[in-house]
Structure formats: C-alpha cells, structure tokens
Write a protein that binds this ligand. Sequence first.
Ligand code: GUN
Length: 285
Amino acid sequence: MSATLIDGKALSERLRGEIAARAAALTAAGRQPGLAVILVGDDAASAVYVRNKVKACADGGFHSVLEQYPASLTQAELLARVAALNADPRIHGILVQMPLPPHLDALQVIEAIAPAKDVDGFSVHSAGQLLTGLPGLRPATPFGCMKLIESTGVALRGKHAVVVGRSNTVGKPMALLLLQANATVTVCHSGTPDLGLHTRPADIVVVATGRRRTLTADMVKPGAVIIDVGINRGDDGKLCGDVDFGPVREALSPGGFITPVPGGVGPMTITMLLANTLQAAEAAA
Ligand code: GUN
C-alpha cells in the first residue's frame, strides 16, 4: 500500500465554498470583498496566473479589478496606481503580480501597499507580524501548505518539520508558520551539503526549490507527510514537482501522506489569496 494522496483540489473546493458563503454575507451587508490585481508587461505565465485570480474572484462572489500596463510603465506611475487603490474603499486587497520588468523596484512597490491590503503577505510589515506571532496576512502558498498538512489530521506539535528552500515568499514564511504550530523546524537550502541527513528523520517535509527530484525515495521515512511546492516540466513535457513522486510515495508507506503535482499545493494558492482578501474585507468592516 502506498502513501495517501493529499487532494489539494478537493480541499480547495471545500474552502472556496466556505469563503464564498462569508463573502456573500459581507456583500449582503453592502461590503463586498474586492481585490485589485496589477499586471505590468507581457510575461505570458503571469498573464495566465492573473486571469485565474480574477476568475476565482468572480466565482467566489468577490469584486475585482484587473489593471494591465505596458512594460514601459514607470515606477512613479505604478506607485501612483498603488496609492489610488490604497484609498479605494471597494478594494480590500492589492496584488502586484511578480516578476515586474527589471527597471521597476519590486520591493518599493510592495512596501507602498497599505499593510491592511497586503493580501500577498510579502511586505516587511506582514513578515514582521508573522515573525512575532501576531495576527496578519500570511503568504498564500505556505498558508495553503499549512491547510494541506492540517487536512491529514497529523498534529504538528512536537513533530520535526524540514523546509527545503529559503525564499521570502515560500521557504522562510513556511518555516515560521510551522514553528508557530509548535513543530521543531529545520530549514535546508541549496547550500545544505547532505539534504537526506535532515529529511530522513523528518515527520513533515515541505519542498520548495524549483528543482526536479530534490527529494528522492532514500531521503524520507515511512509515515512522513510530504508537501511538494514545485511546478516543473519533466523530460516527457508533463508537469512535475520537486519530489520524485512515484518512488517517494512508495517509500512513505505505511501511513504517509503526499501532495501530487498537479492537484496538490497549486489549487490552494489562489484559494488562500481569496481567504486573505476576505480576511482584509472582514477586518475593514
Ligand atoms: N508571481 C508568482 N506568484 C505570485 C504571487 O503569489 N503573488 C504575486 N504578487 N506575484 C506572483
């Protein structure tokens, strides 16, 4: 028997149902949740992500606006749009799609977003709230990973969790969320000499490196929970994660859990963006 699949699509649909019900209650009170998405330039992948975010808003009963600008947009023009959205009472969340064209200063743009509307959770304010254990808006991908782990019924208190990857958007906030849930947390990265040494005894492993086969069957123990944040293309052209899925799934049994790619973490990211926008709208109300 191989490890149990964690169905991110099903969990995402269940959560979106709950989010839509709460959004409808706010709308009935004249306070429909609203998300603004800014896309600069013509990056094809970003255009797809942004379309999916706007569609998710419509499906959830949220108000949304999509502002698209050419790559020639200046920093001052972008900051002016962020300032206008900060002041717009119909907008509770502002998302500036990354990456921005190289002449734009992404950090300055993120910092210009009102903290209460930082639904990506990428600002220094939001990062500080997470670091200090204060309530706030959490980055969507690691927030979604926490929900996936929760859905297994495996309690985190006292468990050993290993995060592979140290990005500001996934690895670092993931480690802090696990720590807040009372796990003992190890953070590994591209400079870790022997990754398996750390992952083999781990109860939970979250892999976010963007490299195929980062985690192989010899690096996990039976019964562990494996969360695969990666989205890569295999030699066969099919989507795959950072985990060597088939062999790792076998090595986890009996009793383990693993997210597939696609259908694991991916569907949760937009769901948690909606959850954050709802949270911001409820706080504003
Ligand atoms: N680009 C890829 N993922 C994201 C995300 O979650 N938020 C933003 N703003 N840009 C992204």
